[in-house]
Structures are given as C-alpha cells and as structure tokens.
Ligand binder design. Sequence first.
Ligand code: GLY
Length: 362
Amino acid sequence: MASVPLRLTDHAYDVLIGPGVRASLPDVVRRLGARRAVVVSARPRAWVPDTGVETLLLAARDGERDKTLATVEALCAEFVRFGLTRSDVVVSCGGGTTTDVVGLAAALYHRGVRVVHLPTSLLAQVDASIGGKTAVNLPAGKNLVGAYWQPSAVLCDTDYLTTLPRRELLNGFGEIARCHFIGAADLRGLPLVDQITASVTLKARIVEADERDTGVRHILNYGHTLGHALEKETGYALRHGEAVAVGTVFAGRLAGALGRIGPARVAEHQDVVESYGLPVALPAEADPGALLRLMRHDKKAVTGLAFALDGPKGAELVSDVRQDVVAHVLDEMPRAPLAALIGDTAPDTAAPETVAPETART
Ligand code: GLY
C-alpha cells in the first residue's frame, strides 16, 4: 500500500493507494471521531466497506445526469433525516461524478461536514477525487456551481479497477499520460499501482502549491484546452481521457510551433500517448472552426487562446496564443474517422457493475 500525504495550510490528509485499502475506512472514521456516517455509493452493496459506526447507505448513480443541485438537495435532506451532525462523516463511493456531487453536498451541509472519498474509476483515482474540487452542472454548462472542499482521506482501492472495461481504464490513462509532461517521471510500463501513486503524488504537490487554482494548478489541465473542445464537438463520443490524449499530442505540436520545445520532445508527446493505446488523431468529422471557438471559451482563457504548454522551464500556462498558429497546428494534426478512433480503443466488455462513462471536471 502507498500513502501520499497532501498538506495544506489548514488541512491535511492522506491518499491511500493499493489493493484492499477500502478496508481502512473504519480506522479513518474512528480517527475522525465520527459517531455516524452516511455512505453515498454508486456501486453494489458488496463494494462498500464497513464504516465501524452507525451508517445510512444511500444509492447513487454515476454520470452527468445526476450531477445537479437537485441531487445535492436530496442528499442533504437524507442527512437531516438521519440526524447527521457536523462531527460526523459522509463517504462517497463511485466515479468522479459521484465524488464531485457528494463532495459538494458535504461542503454545503451544515456549512461543511467531513467527507472521505472511495473513488472506483481510474480517472477518479488519479484526478477527480484528489485536490478538493467539487461541483455540479447547471443546464447552461458543466461544473458551473461548486466549492473547494478537501476530503479527510481518499482511499484509492485498486481492486475496484479490476472489473473496469478497457475503454474506461483508458479514460484514466489519458490523465496519467499527460503527467509525463507536467513533472512526473516516465511512468510507461510501471505497474498500475505505481502509475496511480506517481500521478497522485504529482497532483498533491501541485495542489499544495496552489489549492485555489490561481497559478500552477492550471498545468493539471495539460492537453485539456483542445480536449474539452473535442469532447463537446463530438457530443462526448470521445471520452474525457481520449480527448485529453489527443489534446496532449496537440499541445506538444503547438509548443513546437511556438519554439518552446524541439522536435524530439514534440515526438515524445505522440510516443507517450500512443504507448497507452490512446488516440493521437483529430476526429476527421471535427470542424476546426468550431474547435477554435470552443477553445476560446476555455476557463483558462481570460482573453484569447490559452494553453498549458511545455517549455524550457517545464509546463506553464501560456496566454494569448496567436489564433493563426493554433489554426495551423490544428490543420497539421493527423486525422482519422471518429468511429476508428473510438473503435481502436473500445473493446468494451463491461462488467455488470460498470456504470456511465467517466467525464471529468477541471
Ligand atoms: N482536474 C484539475 C484540478 O483538479 O485542478
């Protein structure tokens, strides 16, 4: 088992990673001094560990459709009915959409009750459940209402990953692949638990430096400017990690075009992404004009186009990138039919427990 500490000025917690770490939940709850727990789980009853205290188990569904203020309200109403107090604890068990919505309910209930996350997808283990971002969607868009609410512990049980379909694993590998360019070592070929640990360690250090996303935390969005645009432009047919993978290849090419890195490093972007079996080409159907428009609306872009890009000092946010350069690099990207991109990576033999595909928030 690995334990990654995350130390903030006024809050500290550990992320435990490995097979069977969900069994630590009663210890975590006991150390918090909680007398009651509400477990909100998008997974079968058998996946939910004992808390060691009086517990209310609530069923949830992964997926964007339930990531709403209505779900937060319904959860809080159940907390009240159960008599949950500020000294008790909420536990989430599921993918990133579940850790997001349960995290927000915990942030708001009684102005904040402790929360422990048990992320069950690779994407949630390496990104969504770490670092305290919580959010729900509004009809106008994703993640428009949220709060920073750090968990009291995160238990990344790798047993949960054994039944994930290959495409869902790849979704998480998209986030792991981009770690190569934002400060992690070369993770290719390492055992999965080591790749998760390295990705979580990197994210923990970045969040410690910039909890509220005002500076260096932007680099976690490496590959995401085009990635988010591709998700939207393909109607979410391309999953988050796949879109980030293509966005990572693009970020390498753009950094090359801007003279920030040399050709070998540009090629390394494609090599790393390809080595995870992730797509490297733009969907042939994607309209470059629409992608440019979507990228201009990226949250990082206060004015113009902004990207997290590699460079002589490592990855950093680069603002006001010239549109003609971006358009040219988009034109030069390899292209393949969307069906081929998805087909290449989609032997989806989902286990019965498998739920809605993971999307992610930034
Ligand atoms: N997923 C990006 C972040 O947590 O900042």
